[in-house]
Design a protein around this ligand. Sequence first.
Ligand SMILES: Cc1cc2nc3c(=O)[nH]c(=O)nc-3n(C[C@H](O)[C@H](O)[C@H](O)COP(=O)(O)OP(=O)(O)OC[C@H]3O[C@@H](n4cnc5c(N)ncnc54)[C@H](O)[C@@H]3O)c2cc1C
Length: 434
Amino acid sequence: MWVPRGRVTGGSSAINGQFFLRGVPEDYDDWADRGNDEWSYEKVLPYFRKFETDLDFPDDFHGTDGPILVRRFKEHEWLEPQAAFRDAALDAGFPYVEDFNHPDATGVGPLPLNNVDGMRISANVGFLNPARHRLNLTVRGDCLVRRLIFEGKRATGVEVESGGERFIVEGEEIILSAGPIGSPHILMLSGVGPEEQLAAAGVPLVHHSPGVGQNLRDHPLLSIGYSTKPGYPMDPDAPRYQVILRYTAENSPLRNDMQIVMISFASEPVATGGDGRTSEGIAIFPVLNKAVGKGEIRLGSADPTVQPLLDYNFFAEEEDRRRFRDGLRLCLSLGEHESFKDIIEARTSPSDEALDRWFMTYARTCHHISGTCKMGPAGDPEAVIDQYGRVYGVEALRVADVSIMPDCVRANTNATAMMIGERMADFIAEGVPA
Ligand SMILES: Cc1cc2nc3c(=O)[nH]c(=O)nc-3n(C[C@H](O)[C@H](O)[C@H](O)COP(=O)(O)OP(=O)(O)OC[C@H]3O[C@@H](n4cnc5c(N)ncnc54)[C@H](O)[C@@H]3O)c2cc1C
């Protein structure tokens, strides 16, 4: 499976699809119910508003003067396949939604994007660029953090490699924001993680933290590809995504646990491990936005340049297979709607048989990996950090990125990543000790 991450300033927000969706309120309330009462929807909403300027909805749920600009394509700007998808979904009985970041939204409508007039508003553009002049900020690119330095149980710095040199950067407090793969990896390389894995790799133990790398949460997806009618115009510069459907799977207690995305492709095929992407065509894909199953990240080597082992463990649970199978069937029926009759030539995948075998083989990640340094109360054996970001068992070390999510939100994860950054920054500014 293809697992890219943004190895660049701004991280994966610099390379992602720019869907700018919040989780549903129940996601954050669930984090609070798991012993993280500072992270309820009511408490995180001001942080979502703080960093956002929503150009379409300046109201109580949206920000009006934050650095991340958000907008939706207006209906007159929609590509024909995107409008056809809306019509198919409306005819299937789903309501029209104007604003997917409204807490009650469910149905089909325009996707909020952190892209305005073709300009990506990444974390680098939105947060870092306006702060680059500050004298107390140094940004160094091309640096690989090899490990954290501990004096006893106290984190005092990071060992960095850059341009063939190795050096140590010290700090009174270290904040690890290397993402859902990098943060648990660095913790394990530094001796904080499951004891038996560290011992097997030959990493000296600083603190046995069995939850590091566990609780891997993500959203599996699988594209259904279509070839378009001969000569159907596909503009390589046109936006890929404009309209989505968010809905609740039949008999599921989890609201908005499914997402269906309409994608207008015009690019050359990309080598993604045979996932059925089509060039000069279009695709419709379901995303399981609230999986029951979990995976894990394991340390394979003490060498920081060797990637850790990722086991997403998708579809181990029948409830996940059931909802995904139904989602695939829904996509197939939407693709057969008459609104596509002048657009679609033929479905290129899958055959009508063997849906399960097909998606068990080809499903891939929606890149919303998270949860691998889980936040939780001290009594939770899987918890790696407390709700103020502090790593259990050591001192002067926090984690602040999507790895801390107790469970993945029912949405693309970038907006929540930014909220986590803002929330943690406030704890630090308020003087919550490390
Ligand atoms: C291809 C793709 C598409 C996506 N599409 C969307 C989308 O459309 N909408 C959405 O909401 N979300 C999307 N996401 C997910 C979203 O972008 C991420 O959840 C979010 O960026 C995570 O933020 P983070 O800070 O936790 O980690 P990251 O953004 O991954 O940042 C981690 C940073 O740490 C650095 N790092 C890691 N290890 C080391 C090391 N050892 N030394 C030095 N630096 C290190 C990395 O280079 C990177 O800069 C997508 C992700 C991907 C990969």
